[in-house]
Write a protein that binds this ligand. Structure first.
Ligand code: ITT
Length: 199
């Protein structure tokens, strides 16, 4: 049997960590939180793309561990708000406009029906010293006209995936994890790790 693969997840977002752990749970992969690895950093996400920000987070954390590092930079793009917005600013957009509940209320009232897409960019560093791999996933849908459900986080209560009638937050964790942008990026990571015989 292969050795367990240990990876440090470069995120301070506990919801992301939980989802990633669920997505990797069928495999012999141990995902360490920053806390588990005793790493306390808050990288400045000043890149111009998910890809750049994911690399900034992973490379900052990689300075403090010998394990491979995985980061996830993600966001939602809402067509009616313009090109790729809030996108890489998704977290800040909510924080600077009264918080997630306020912004979800605003968007569901004023922009319901708008096409929207979640993006996820994963960077995997140091599987071998110095190596870097990038993976992407998206989930398409639209903005709901109301806030719904208790599951998930962030914009989940107002995002209706294509082919569904309700917000992601109505879905169980397992259901979200079978269609999400994070799932769609993660399956590529898993395929790759299988190809190179690490799992
Ligand atoms: P880290 O940088 O520490 O990983 P963060 O929350 O700041 O945590 P991002 O910079 O990648 O992460 O911002 C992602 C934001 O996009 C997140 O805070 C949510 O507002 C939104 N988002 C991303 N994935 C989401 C999901 O699955 N469901 C709902 N909202 C999501």
């Amino acid at each position: 049997m292969k050795n367990q693969l240990t990876i440090v997840v470069a995120t301070n977002n506990q919801h992301k960590l939980k989802e990633l752990r669920e997505l990797f749970s069928p495999y012999n992969v141990k995902l360490l939180s920053l806390n588990d690895a005793n790493i306390h950093v808050n990288p400045d996400e000043n890149g111009n793309s998910y890809k750049e920000n994911a690399f900034i987070k992973a490379s900052e954390v990689a300075k403090y561990t010998k394990f491979p590092v995985m980061s996830d930079d993600s966001g939602i793009e809402i067509s009616e708000l313009g090109d790729h917005f809030p996108g890489i600013y998704s977290s800040r957009y909510a924080k600077e406009n009264g918080g997630q509940e306020v912004i979800n209320e605003f968007l569901s009232t004023n922009h319901h029906g708008s096409k929207a897409t979640f993006h996820c960019h994963i960077v995997l560093l140091n599987l071998k010293p110095g190596s870097r791999y990038d993976f992407e996933g998206i989930m398409e849908g639209k903005i709901n006209n109301k806030i719904e459900g208790e599951h998930g986080f962030g914009y989940d209560p107002i995002f209706v995936p294509d082919g569904y009638e309700h917000s992601v937050s109505i879905l169980s964790d397992e259901e979200k994890n079978s269609i999400s942008h994070r799932h769609n990026a993660t399956i590529k990571v898993i395929e790759f790790l299988k190809q190179i015989s690490l799992i």
